[in-house]
Ligand binder design. Structure first.
Ligand code: S3P
Length: 171
């Protein structure tokens, strides 16, 4: 029998990367991060890619990486926050994976990423305003997930536990 992937989506700073690692340890499954693979392929950090090649170039790389990862089986996929912008990527991820949306408020996200310069999209004069706007635009896209997990001001342990509860119920 084939094993479905576990896919984490959601806004930057909602806890996807840490939760993926924690799930990987608990379930003894390999973990892949779309951002880390893109950085490795390009030999550049995400902010450098955005600055030198632009967002459209990054999105194209992201689409290719998601396509590769979605074809795997039984792995955990930590997706960059903008993966949902590409409908084909979402279809691919859902086909062979349980997709979890880690849902956090703008305030919770801001608290996590305010000192982090690695998020070019929110490295602006008024980051909280920008986060609110992007979140509002993307909310319907994130809601295409199979499961919505409350990640608002939650610890990684709490988020991991919520995902595990769903997995124990459905898988
Ligand atoms: C982005 C989220 C980032 C990274 C890039 C763009 C987005 O990933 O892919 O900065 O569009 O939301 P994280 O969600 O892992 O921070």
């Amino acid at each position: 029998m084939t094993q479905r992937n576990i896919v984490l989506i959601g806004f930057m700073g909602s806890g996807k990367s840490m939760t993926s690692k924690s799930l990987g340890q608990l379930l003894k499954r390999p973990v892949f991060s779309t951002d880390a693979i893109i950085e490795k392929k390009e030999g550049k950090s995400i902010p450098e890619i955005f600055a030198k090649k632009g967002e459209a170039y990054f999105r194209n790389l992201e689409r290719v990486v998601v396509d590769e990862l979605a074809g795997k089986q039984g792995v955990i996929i930590d997706c960059g926050g903008g993966v949902v912008l590409n409908p084909t990527s979402m279809t691919r991820l859902k086909k062979n994976g349980a997709v979890f949306f880690l849902h956090a408020s703008a305030e919770s996200v801001y608290a996590q990423i305010k000192h982090d310069k690695n998020r070019p999209l929110v490295n602006v004069v008024n980051p909280l305003e920008r986060i609110r706007q992007l979140m509002e635009d993307r909310q319907p896209l994130y809601e295409q997930a199979d499961y919505i997990i409350n990640a608002d001001f939650k610890t990684i342990e709490e988020i991991t536990k919520s995902v595990m509860e769903v997995l124990n119920d459905v898988e």
